[in-house]
Design a protein around this ligand. Structure first.
Ligand SMILES: [Zn+2]
Length: 478
């Protein structure tokens, strides 16, 4: 079926016609899906893409030379498949890691294994005593002399760096050492930023082992002192997303996205080389089997996710006024076991039909509908767009390294990309051809109600991600 002058159509105007058309062609949809799955399972291109991405560029911190090189290479590789990929430039508050120095001076002199948190700003070297501020809550400061000292924060601390900064400033601290949540010399587990605002105090992640060592010394009233020197700095940066469009027979959109950037210490293989490679494999599958569908499909590799969802916020804002049926976000998806309608319950039957269509490959945990926030789908949710995520297992012994040095590509099971890409391709193809998906946006009040239903308002507010009733300003074009 061809539809012309689409801009004048409203979704309900063509839905009935499509229902007919789709029922007539139900078999080809399933047959095409099955062919895509079979091909994806046999295809090594996604795994090869991921290996080269990781080994040739290392970490892909947004704004870095490596990130830019990886972007350009990915566009070139997509073009080599015949896929029309282009960069979507935007500017964002960036952060550049410098050669920072964190040393223990007493009781022993040694370099600490440490990494500054993003948006830590440069300062001259200074020395200070360390004080154990435990979880950094107001009550943890009772009886402590903290003025002019560096606060040692426990791995169990639950506040955002913004909240901690406030408390620390109020108590006269001049820096924070944040004990990592994962043992084994790890850094930067579960850290991130959501607003790109420079930190007023130096914040460093330190290892659990060195943090606990200091706690034991302080308990015995031993003096622990540390010197800090930060060369990392903030700067406005120009970067880009990668966008690929497969035009459909209607302007209704299905967006499939994954963040392209990573932290810089390792290779960002699981976080989120996986999603980057799954989108690559999806592009290849669509190009080969389904270049045109009922809905238009947009694939987007987002940059600036780790620093605050900047690329997805830019792209989601660029879709204002466009009919978007759903957005699928792929962030650290291993072997798929579940698909999540994220509280958009009208998508549940659609996803159940998708799951049934997988036949022998049916998802072990089926369909859920529980919202969560903090990856790129959140940017779309905040624009009122229904979103979906896939749950996929990665061994705990692999995910423990995310954000750090050891998130490297040899840890990715060679079957993971083919297996997950097959499911991703089936899902996106289904969504693009399933009749009757609505495109009406949620109002900000409805979106706020959805987050409240899952008790997320407080956590989102603490991270500066609660914009109701105003939407956050979209990042600017350069
Ligand atoms: Zn991620």
């Amino acid at each position: 079926m061809r539809v012309s002058a689409l801009s004048t159509f409203r979704c309900f105007a063509w839905t009935t016609g499509l229902l007919l058309a789709i029922n007539l062609h139900a078999q080809p949809v399933q047959a095409t899906q099955d062919a895509m799955v079979a091909d994806a399972l046999a295809d090594k291109a996604g795994t090869e893409f991921l290996t080269h991405l990781c080994d040739d560029f290392g970490g892909r911190l947004t704004g870095s030379v490596n990130n830019r090189g990886a972007l350009e290479r990915t566009v070139a590789e997509l073009k080599a498949l015949g896929v029309d990929a282009h960069l979507e430039p935007f500017t964002m508050p960036g952060w550049i890691r410098g050669d920072d120095e964190v040393e223990m001076l007493a009781p022993v002199h040694r370099k600490l294994r440490a990494a500054s948190l993003s948006y830590t700003q440069p300062h001259e070297r200074f020395e200070a005593e360390v004080v154990d501020i435990r979880d950094g809550r107001e009550e943890d400061f009772t009886g402590l002399k903290t003025a002019g000292k560096i606060g040692l924060l426990a791995a169990t601390a639950a506040q955002s760096s913004r909240q901690l900064e406030e408390v620390a400033t109020r108590h006269g601290l001049c820096g924070i050492l944040f004990t990592d949540r994962v043992a084994g010399g790890e850094l930067l587990a579960r850290t991130g930023s959501f607003n790109g605002v420079p930190l007023r105090l130096p914040f460093f992640a330190i290892t659990q082992e060195e943090g606990l060592w200091m706690v034991r010394l302080l308990k015995r009233d031993e003096k622990v002192s540390v010197s800090l020197l930060t060369r990392s700095h903030c700067a406005e940066i120009e970067t880009a997303n990668i966008v690929v469009t497969f035009p459909g027979r209607t302007p209704d959109l299905i967006v499939a996205g994954a963040h392209f950037d990573s932290w810089d210490l390792g290779q960002g293989a699981t976080d989120n080389g996986l999603g980057t490679a799954q989108l690559f494999a999806l592009a290849k599958a669509l190009q080969a089997h389904a270049p045109q569908n009922l809905r238009t499909i947009e694939l987007v590799w987002f940059n600036g996710e780790e620093e605050g969802l900047f690329g997805s916020r830019f792209h989601a804002a660029s879709l204002r006024g466009r009919p978007v049926a759903a957005m699928l976000n792929l962030d650290m998806v291993g072997f798929p076991i579940a698909v999540n309608a994220l509280g958009y319950d009208e998508l549940v039957p659609v996803l159940q039909r998708f799951d049934a269509s997988l036949g022998k490959r049916k998802l072990k945990q089926g369909v859920s509908s529980i919202t969560w926030f903090g990856s790129d789908h959140t940017s779309f949710q905040l624009e009122g767009i229904p979103t979906i995520t896939l749950g996929g297992t990665i061994e705990a012994d692999v995910t423990r390294y995310y954000h750090d040095f050891a998130d490297t590509v040899e840890k990715v099971d060679p079957r993971m990309i083919p297996e997950s890409s097959a499911t991703v391709a089936a899902l996106v193809y289904r969504l693009a051809n399933e009749p009757g998906l609505a495109v009406a946006r949620r109002t900000p009040a409805e979106t706020a109600a959805l987050f409240r239903k899952f008790d997320l308002e407080k956590r989102m507010t603490n991270l500066g991600l609660w914009p109701f009733g105003a939407l956050p300003p979209a990042p600017k074009k350069p």
